[in-house]
Design a protein around this ligand. Structure first.
Ligand code: AMP
Length: 417
């Protein structure tokens, strides 16, 4: 990685500001799943162990952006963090008041302060543009938003001492927000935490110098969500597997009947274009050759396994066993695998086999495997195969944008080595 990391700076005596991803589920005032907090611990400990005090900021959920909302408070996170670190964690009631700034300034080496949800400030996030706004109005709203975001970043900056900013929130790195990238302007050194470094390293390695054969497996609901990933990966992979509902838009592009399967009618031409591009680039594009179909979208539906053509009145909800075998064989030949999106409606047991077969094949293969996207990650976790994957990406949207070949603002803002 050509960006500086926590290992490249001297933390001694500094008051470090760090953006983390503590966007965790909260139930009845308690953290329901602390994976994201535990993942941030190595970077936090490293900074504290190297003689600094630390101010942490994060967003949580999608509050209205009009100030404090109890449901979106980071207070339960502070309590959990305190347990995990085994030392007191101070809690700032907001991000920019004189009271919070004083708490930050009073920190001594080894002490931690977590400040309240950055999204309690509308200026942290995206411009709200009216649906019927003209192009001019949209432009003006965006420009105004940018100005306000920069102002908020300037107000957040004094939480630390202006020397070192640590970004360990890969999941938010695709956003050019005040707390993710804009605040960097006010710091001398902007460095990646361990989590951020790992994400950039693995995803970057797959895209830039993959060991071959390199295979991408894309699934999920919509071609429109993944078209940019497909287009970018087509120039890099040796083979591309397409499963999930997405596959049926490709079926239609090939003239195969799809019954009442999920199809994006307005993306059929795009699918045709992708098929042609794959052929031109000599990329093997694999679609399911059989399917598990159902008479309704229900775990208790009547089901049967058919070949490519889907019967009228039926919908394909999973790839069939032959496809699972073909996909598994392809995966077993590969040295690098990137997987994003399930092969079917894996949330319902009768339609989970295809996704599980892909997870198993990857787990059994000695390859560099990168799994991203909420659903494939949850499938891998559910099946207990997570430890067999080389890297499980924490940032759904951010990892997709990385795979699209986009520059992520949170990464761009880090200091070059
Ligand atoms: P995405 O968020 O685009 O990765 O899509 C994931 C969702 O796609 C999951 O909730 C799956 O249940 C759904 N999905 C996968 N395959 C199908 C299918 N054949 N028909 C309908 N939905 C599907």
């Amino acid at each position: 990685m050509n960006k500086k990391t926590v290992r490249d700076v001297d933390f001694k005596g500094r008051r470090v500001l760090s953006r983390v991803d503590f966007n965790v589920p909260i139930k009845e005032g308690k953290v329901a799943d602390d994976t994201r907090i535990t993942s941030a611990i190595p970077t936090i400990k490293y900074i504290l162990d190297h003689g600094a005090s630390l101010v942490l900021m994060s967003h949580l959920g999608r509050p209205k952006g009009k100030g404090y909302e109890a449901d979106f408070s980071l207070k339960p996170v502070a309590a959990r963090l305190q347990e995990l670190l085994g030392k007191p964690v101070k809690f700032g009631p907001d991000c920019i008041s004189a009271e919070t700034m004083a708490m930050a300034r009073d920190l001594k080496a080894g002490e931690v302060l977590l400040v309240e949800n950055t999204r309690f400030y509308a200026d942290e996030g995206k411009a709200k543009v009216k649906d019927d706004a003209t192009e001019e109005e949209k432009k003006a709203a965006k420009a105004e938003m940018k100005k306000k975001q920069a102002e908020l970043a300037e107000k957040l900056a004094p939480l630390g001492d202006g020397e070192i900013f640590v970004n360990d929130a890969f999941g938010s790195a695709h956003r050019a927000h005040s707390s993710t990238s804009l605040v960097c302007k006010f710091y001398k050194q902007n460095v990646a935490g361990f989590l951020m470094e790992k994400e950039i390293d693995y995803l970057g390695r797959a895209l830039e110098k993959p060991e071959r054969p390199f295979i991408a497996i894309l699934g999920g609901a919509k071609v429109s969500d993944k078209v940019n990933v497909i287009t970018n990966l087509l120039t890099k992979v040796n083979s591309l597997i397409i499963g999930g509902a997405m596959a049926y838009t490709f079926y239609r592009a090939k003239g195969i009947p799809t019954g009442k399967s999920l199809v994006e009618e307005d993306k059929i031409d795009l699918a045709k274009d992708i098929l042609a591009k794959a052929q031109a680039a000599n990329v093997k594009l694999l679609l399911p050759v059989d399917n598990v179909i159902a008479d309704k979208f229900d775990a208790a539906a009547q089901t049967k396994t058919v070949g490519e053509a889907i019967d009228d009145g039926w919908m394909a909800l999973d790839i069939g066993p032959k496809s699972a075998q073909i996909f598994a064989d392809e995966i077993k030949k590969s040295k690098t695998v990137v997987w994003n999106g399930p092969m079917g409606c894996f949330e319902m047991k009768p339609f989970a086999a295809g996704t599980l077969a892909v997870a198993k094949a990857i787990a059994e293969t000695k390859c560099l495997s990168i799994v991203g996207g909420g659903d494939s990650v949850s499938a891998v976790n559910k099946s207990g195969l997570a430890p067999k994957m080389t890297h499980i990406s924490t940032g759904g949207g951010a990892s997709l944008e990385f795979l699209e070949g986009k520059q992520l603002p949170g990464v761009v803002a880090l200091t070059d080595k």
